[in-house]
Design a protein around this ligand. Structure first.
Ligand code: PMP
Length: 423
């Protein structure tokens, strides 16, 4: 089993869980799109560093300096991993959600935002204080570019604008035409931020090649632990904005004013948006995961994941009651994230049965992408279905779906067991 997963073993592969049918089975973690297991390598790196950590940017002591070096090196590692431009900033945040909210707070006055209705709520919702145009779900990558071009052509060409787009859907796993969307955005004087939460763990991301202005991703989906994320990209909007949090670390100089108040000079570097004692272990573990993925080589990882995707899709295709959810069709390039419904089955019961009877962990629901899942299920995009809502009655359209997702470290046996269980 371990040999199959080489070169990137993950934690939790020996966990056994009880089955309702009796006995134990090793847990098959097939919910990577929610949170991937941490790489053994990340765990080892953190364990090796743990005895030596100290507060960063403050202390004169040796360990404090060591932590400061590791934290700042982590920034450089992430910049290399994302193939950033020399002047780009890498800001450590808590998550993709946090990164996109930070960018939303840094929009220039009057900024127009363009976002497809198919986005995860983390990309859909942070822009509510701006003028937002929600774009209809496209049915081909080409249609996505045309839809964006049309919307941008109608915009006020003099004001600032931002496009927010996901690299890989957390529902269908399908890749979006990021480079083409970036070209369209730039041709119309807009900027673009890439939500790489699902893309970065499965695929190389090059800021330069894709020509995106910012990238956001989360550590816990990139085989590092919870609590850390990244916003990387152009410094100008970030430096012109008020700090995301006000406090120590973000401020360079604070003085009392004659009128009794305080005057603050804020940092212009990434520290501007990292007030408070930063999550050094989080940044360090993201950097460790970036290095491990780079060393393993995305070519190898992508090839192996493609084989697992083919196994799952071929297995599901043999079950006539299964319908795989897709916007762009069977031939679309995709990562290991597959959502489906099973005719005659309540999706929540189905997911619960996979867990109780087979020890398989998947996810059911609307996956924090309510408008997209409703569109894919053919439900009324405006009203039906909500998290925790009762499932469809027999004969009605399902309001929930089941999602299976995997990646580095997933043994063949896990996806084979999943296919067997669905059959
Ligand atoms: N964007 C996408 C495409 C996602 O899949 C997710 C997580 N499901 C997020 C953003 C949000 O990530 P986080 O919960 O780590 O902030």
């Amino acid at each position: 089993d371990r040999a199959v997963c080489a070169p990137l073993p993950v934690l939790g592969r020996d966990v056994t869980v009880p089955l309702v049918t009796g006995g134990d089975v090793t847990y098959a973690a097939l919910d990577y799109a929610a949170s991937a297991p941490a790489l053994q390598r990340v765990w080892d790196d953190v364990a090796a560093y743990a005895p030596y950590y100290g507060s960063v940017h403050r202390g004169a002591g040796y360990l404090s300096q060591l932590s400061t070096d590791l934290f700042e090196n982590a920034r450089r590692t992430v910049a290399e991993f994302l193939d950033c431009r020399p002047a780009d900033q890498v800001v450590f945040t808590r998550s993709t959600t946090d990164s996109l909210n930070l960018l939303a707070r840094a929009l220039p006055a009057g900024c127009q935002v363009f976002v497809f209705e198919t986005e995860h709520h983390a990309s859909l919702l942070p822009w509510r204080d701006a003028r937002v145009t929600f774009l209809d779900a496209p049915r081909t990558p080409r249609q996505a570019v045309e839809t964006l071009e049309r919307a941008l052509a109608d915009r006020d060409p003099h004001g600032p604008a931002l496009v927010c787009v996901t690299g890989a859907s957390n529902v269908t796993g399908e890749l979006w035409p990021v480079r083409e969307l970036a070209a369209a955005a730039h041709a119309h004087g807009a900027r673009i931020v890439l939500d790489a939460a699902q893309l970065a763990p499965h695929h190389p991301v090059s800021v330069r090649e894709l020509d995106v202005d910012w990238v956001a991703f989360s550590g816990h989906k990139l085989y590092a632990p919870f609590g850390s994320g990244v916003l990387a990209g152009r410094a100008d909007w970030l430096t012109a904005a008020d700090p995301y949090l006000a406090g120590g670390g973000a401020s360079r100089k604070v003085t009392r004013r004659e009128d009794g108040g305080v005057a603050v000079e804020w940092h212009e570097s990434a520290a501007r948006h990292e007030a408070g004692s930063p999550n050094v272990i989080g940044a360090y573990s993201i950097a460790s995961a970036c290095k491990a993925l780079t060393e393993a080589g995305f070519e190898t990882l992508v090839a192996r994941e493609r084989r697992l995707i083919d196994t799952v899709r071929a297995g599901l295709a043999e079950v006539p009651e299964v319908r795989i959810l897709s916007l762009f069709g069977d031939d679309a390039p995709r990562v290991g994230v597959i959502s489906f419904v099973v005719e005659g089955w309540n999706s929540s019961h189905f997911a619960a049965a996979l867990s109780a009877e087979y020890g398989i962990g998947v996810r059911d629901g609307l996956f924090c992408a309510h408008p997209l899942v409703r569109t894919l299920l053919g439900a009324d995009p405006g009203t039906q279905g909500e998290c925790g809502a009762p499932e469809a009655a027999p004969g009605e359209k399902s309001l929930n779906a089941i999602r299976v997702s995997f990646g580095a470290g997933t043994p063949d046996e896990h996806v084979e067991r999943f296919v067997r269980a669905v059959r």
